[in-house]
Ligand binder design. Structure first.
Ligand SMILES: N[C@@H](CCC(=O)N[C@@H](CS)C(=O)NCC(=O)O)C(=O)O
Length: 202
């Protein structure tokens, strides 16, 4: 299998952490998705990363599809419960984490445009989603050790990748200082070898 991605994308990091936790071997094909001749387009018509190309050539995207596929490949370290409400709640945490990343990235990209082209309303709308998403995560986590259940799930991984991306690209969003429970929770996660090994380059 080949994983197309970058070291900075929160969605790619999520999938790489899933692979490490589940002890799945894969070639990492580092790609700049913004380059006009990126190989990603050959595998994903949307030109987005991550894409997992299976051994028979079938490309899987997006990160939620890839993570779910990988979780089913081996029973080692199950990250998504089998079914019912528990499964829906883990997927909901994943959606919240990915959604915070989506809004953060929209904000980051808008800010990179020429100042005369930037929309203040759009920036405020995306910042509102980031802040509301983080507040909901902090409220719902409460003083629990993990987002859902008694061990790390895909929900924790998605949320952690989004928040760590935020710290790296939008340091003005002070989620760690504002939410001591998220700080305590992330300190446990970021010490895991799978997080350490996927730290984005400085
Ligand atoms: N929902 C997608 C989001 C993927 C995504 O937006 N990836 C970014 C990199 S962080 C990308 O490829 N952007 C290129 C583009 O939007 O053209 C997923 O979970 O995989």
């Amino acid at each position: 299998m080949k994983l197309y991605g970058s070291r900075t994308s929160p969605y790619v990091r999520k999938v790489r952490i899933v692979m490490i936790e589940k002890r799945i071997e894969c070639d990492f094909m580092e790609e700049n998705v913004w380059s006009t001749d990126t190989a990603v387009t050959q595998h994903n018509p949307l030109t987005k990363i991550p894409v997992l190309v299976l051994d028979d050539g079938m490309p899987l995207y997006d990160s939620r599809v890839v993570a779910e596929y990988l979780d089913g490949v081996t029973p080692v370290s199950r990250l998504i419960p089998d079914g019912g409400r528990e499964r829906a709640l883990v997927k909901r945490w994943e959606a919240l984490g990915d959604g915070i990343a989506d809004a953060g990235i929209a904000l980051f990209l808008e800010r990179k445009r020429d100042q005369t082209l930037q929309s203040k309303d759009w920036l405020a709308r995306q910042r509102g989603k980031v802040d509301a998403g983080i507040a909901a995560a902090a409220r719902e986590l409460g003083d629990r050790e993990y987002c859902q259940g008694l061990s790390v799930t895909l929900g924790d991984i998605s949320l952690a990748c989004a928040l760590l991306w935020m710290e790296f690209r939008l340091p003005e969003v002070p989620w760690r200082a504002d939410h001591p429970n998220l700080r305590k929770w992330i300190e446990r996660l970021e010490a895991m070898p799978s997080f350490v090994d996927t730290t984005p380059p400085a």
